[in-house]
Design a protein around this ligand. Structure first.
Ligand SMILES: [Zn+2]
Ligand SMILES: [Zn+2]
Length: 348
């Protein structure tokens, strides 16, 4: 298939302003692969990027960090077979710094320095809300046969969710409480079950929660969260607010673990926590960022085995030229929107 010289892409022009526009199709540089993007989602992090909360993102910027596609060309030094269906992990470390050498490439000390080999796809380099994207080949995960391109767009998200559970040392039989009924929280909920949690409880509210009640043993409205106080072996927070972090800490049993994963953008401060809750409670309070150490690949294996249903979390599908509608549907949570999926090159 020939590759056109120009393509359609979403462009964040400056903080607060975006458009769908025609741009040159990228060429894969050394070490990079060119993908034809099949399925690409919007998430709350894109809202933070558009609001200017990721200082390393330079405008104008092509967003998109939850996507899948098909390999169409390789740069020098790469030989992925054209036609390979792939999911994408968005953190690419330099490979040489101390954190990368520990396998913690999500914490690369050369963050943002493309010339050093670092890339954060959809953040510091152009992402997948476009017909084509050129990305480091090390970001690719070939999709197992059982995994569709739509499901493969969850490669990074599933890694994020699984890493939070690994951070929290989930043990079979644990009571796991998840704060945040968004896509990442709902993946964490399902993975916790798949990994043997004894009981999973979701804290949240709204139209989204009504659609996913069966994914949890109990759903607790945020107004009733006090009823969970001190009950959880493991609490996972993907709500992204200070209030949720406070409640998450209060929900852990003495000696329990709390993993905070929601507040990825700068500017949310935690106050109102009695520190003795943490000290006398002997709590582990852990931050969890993204998906290091190949965790996305392991998550894909669970997806291939049918342990997680991501398809039901995609509530809306659009062609790329309808991005403004897709954005409004997601950001205003119209019709119980959980994830909204764009299809830059494949009809749906
Ligand atoms: Zn995201
Ligand atoms: Zn590094």
């Amino acid at each position: 298939m020939s590759i056109p010289t120009r393509m359609l892409a979403v462009e964040f022009e400056r903080p607060g302003a975006f458009r769908v526009t025609d741009v040159p199709t990228p060429h894969p540089a050394r070490g990079e692969t060119l993908l034809r993007v099949s399925s690409s989602m919007i998430c709350a992090t894109d809202q933070k990027i558009l609001a200017g909360k990721f200082p390393a993102t330079k405008f104008p910027h092509i967003p998109g960090h939850e996507f899948s596609g098909v390999v169409v060309a390789n740069g020098d030094g790469v030989s992925v077979a054209p036609g390979t269906r792939v999911g994408v992990e968005v953190h690419v470390g330099c490979g040489a710094c101390e954190r990368c050498r520990e396998g913690m490439y999500t914490l690369c000390q050369n963050y943002g320095k493309r010339e050093m080999g670092h890339a954060h796809i959809g953040f510091t380099i152009p992402g997948g809300l476009a017909e084509y994207v050129a990305i480091p080949a090390t970001a690719l995960h070939a999709l197992p046969e059982e995994v569709s391109l739509d499901d493969g767009a969850w490669t990074d998200n599933l890694g994020v969710s699984l890493w939070a559970l690994e951070r929290g040392r989930l043990e079979p039989g644990d009571h796991v409480v998840v704060f945040g009924p968004g896509a990442i929280g709902l993946c964490a909920l399902q993975l916790a079950r798949a990994l043997g949690a004894g009981r999973v409880t979701l804290v949240g509210r709204g139209a989204r929660v009504a659609q996913v009640r069966d994914l949890a043993d109990a759903v607790i409205d945020v107004a009733e969260v006090d009823t969970l106080k001190g009950t959880a072996d493991l609490v996972v927070e993907f709500a992204g607010t200070a209030e949720a972090a406070r409640q998450a800490i209060a929900t852990a049993r003495r000696g329990g673990r709390v993993v905070l994963g929601g507040s990825t953008g700068v500017g949310t401060e935690l106050s109102g926590v009695d520190l003795s809750t943490i000290v006398r409670g002997n709590l582990d309070i852990l931050g969890s960022l993204a998906n290091p150490k190949g965790v996305s690949g392991r998550a894909l294996a669970l997806l291939a085995r049918g342990e997680v249903d991501v398809d039901r979390l995609v509530t809306h599908h659009y062609d790329l030229d309808r991005f403004p509608d897709a954005w409004a549907t997601f950001t205003e949570r119209r019709d119980g929107a959980i994830r909204v999926m764009l299809h830059p090159t494949e009809g749906h």
